[in-house]
Write a protein that binds this ligand. Structure first.
Ligand SMILES: *Cc1c(COP(=O)(O)O)cnc(C)c1O
Length: 397
């Protein structure tokens, strides 16, 4: 069903698709040969990959074990939502940059924190001053060259974790793969996994904790799908929760791991109702730069959506949208707040029409991967850039 009562574009989220994707991962994680089943952590950073944090949570909160966020502000927002809605508190882990005062706020809200950079000493001091303790996960640098501590520097830089008055209770250890999505062989990832094991051992020694007491997690969607030995104690599933394969290579690799390919279902559709439909005479130009000239009499629809909303300007002259179940080309340049579409072949008069910018209409699909190809980027960027202020609606189909 296509909603049609709004002035700006809107996003529809399929609750059944979200449930399907969660079920796919629960199925994959169950029956681990070790007998130790990895927990399902979901990554809701960046406004739930542009899908809408509040709306996605409203559908999945009861079904997930751990929520991963980049921003401390988002974590506190989720705690507020839980309180308002009367939901039980879920485990939340902030995996992104956190300053010492934010460590204090997160501890107050019982949010787990990541120890990943030089801020940890000041954070420990700030927590001690408030008499607070925080559950923490140590990020080990294993080859992404982003955040975390090299195994060899753990004793020196994190030695304070072994002290009696340390305000951090170390509950877990994590890392992040650099090269699981762009390849069909996992040599680099396996090297990272070895580094990770080394980091875990160094940390366990420092803490005097027994092997296996710390929760180990290193897998994002791709590794969770194609590298079963890396699932460890929990996984952090981002893009695949929203129904996307991380890459074509990951999809190929998954065929090797399991004969039956997991059936991920895209969750998001992005639609817009036309502002104006009108006829242009042959020879008319469309949009800035007059880059498109009508060869013949052309019926156009003007839609109030543009690059401000996250519809990339790179789609100019390349993309099509779907109208009445058919492809309709975007004419000329994508503007800040408008696109113009050729609807000559798909409608017979000037009554308003609804365009599907991303998603299905009839038998046709415009996928995030298609938009990404036209815009020379990746689908991650397409969805995360959909403007957070656009309305998100949860639908039941
Ligand atoms: C974003 C992110 C993930 C999720 O990655 P996907 O490829 O979207 O599954 C997991 N872990 C960390 C540290 C991340 O930054």
């Amino acid at each position: 069903m296509i909603q049609s009562s709004m002035q700006s574009s809107w996003v529809e989220l399929s609750a059944p698709a979200l449930a399907n994707n969660i079920a796919v991962f629960k199925g994959l994680l169950s029956g681990a040969p070790s007998g130790r089943e990895a927990k399902l952590g979901v990554v809701l950073k960046s406004n739930a990959y542009g899908h809408g944090l509040a709306e996605v949570l409203s559908v999945i909160h009861s079904q997930v074990e751990i929520i991963h966020l980049i921003s401390p502000t988002d974590a506190i927002e989720v705690r507020k939502m839980e309180k308002q809605q009367g939901w039980p508190k879920r485990r939340i882990l902030v995996i992104g940059a956190t300053d010492p005062q934010e460590f204090v706020q997160l501890a107050e809200h019982h949010v787990e924190v990541t120890l990943a950079d030089h801020n940890v000493l000041a954070a420990a001091q700030a927590l001690k001053e408030k008499g607070l303790r925080a559950k923490a996960h140590v990020h080990v640098e294993t080859g992404l060259s982003r955040e975390g501590f090299f195994p060899a520097e753990i004793p020196l830089k994190l030695g304070f974790l072994g002290e009696d008055d340390c305000p951090f209770e170390v509950a877990g250890v994590l890392s992040h793969f650099a090269n699981t999505e762009d390849v069909t062989e996992q040599q680099y990832a396996l090297g990272q996994l070895r580094q990770f094991e080394e980091g875990c051992e160094v940390l366990e020694k420092l803490l005097g904790s027994g092997a296996g007491q710390l929760e180990r997690h290193i897998s994002a969607s791709a590794a969770a799908l194609v590298l079963p030995p890396a699932r460890l104690d929990s996984v952090r599933v981002g893009i695949a929760l929203y129904g996307f394969w991380p890459s074509a290579e990951t999809r190929l690799s998954a065929k090797i791991v399991s004969p039956e390919l997991p059936k991920l279902k895209p969750v998001l559709s992005w639609r817009c109702r036309s502002q104006i439909v009108k006829q242009l005479q042959a020879g008319a130009y469309v949009g800035y730069g007059c880059t498109y000239r009508c060869e013949r009499q052309t019926r156009i629809a003007v839609f109030p959506v543009g690059y401000f909303d996250g519809y990339p300007r790179m789609l100019s002259g390349r993309a099509h949208v779907l109208v009445n179940g058919h492809r309709a080309p975007v004419l000329g340049r994508v503007m800040m707040n408008h696109i113009v579409v050729d609807v000559t072949a798909v409608t017979g008069d000037d009554t308003p029409v609804v365009a599907t910018l991303l998603g299905n209409d009839g038998g046709e699909t415009v996928s995030a991967e298609m938009l990404a190809g036209w815009a020379q980027t990746i689908h991650y960027e397409i969805v995360t850039r959909i403007h957070p202020q656009l309305k998100r609606i949860v639908v039941n189909q």
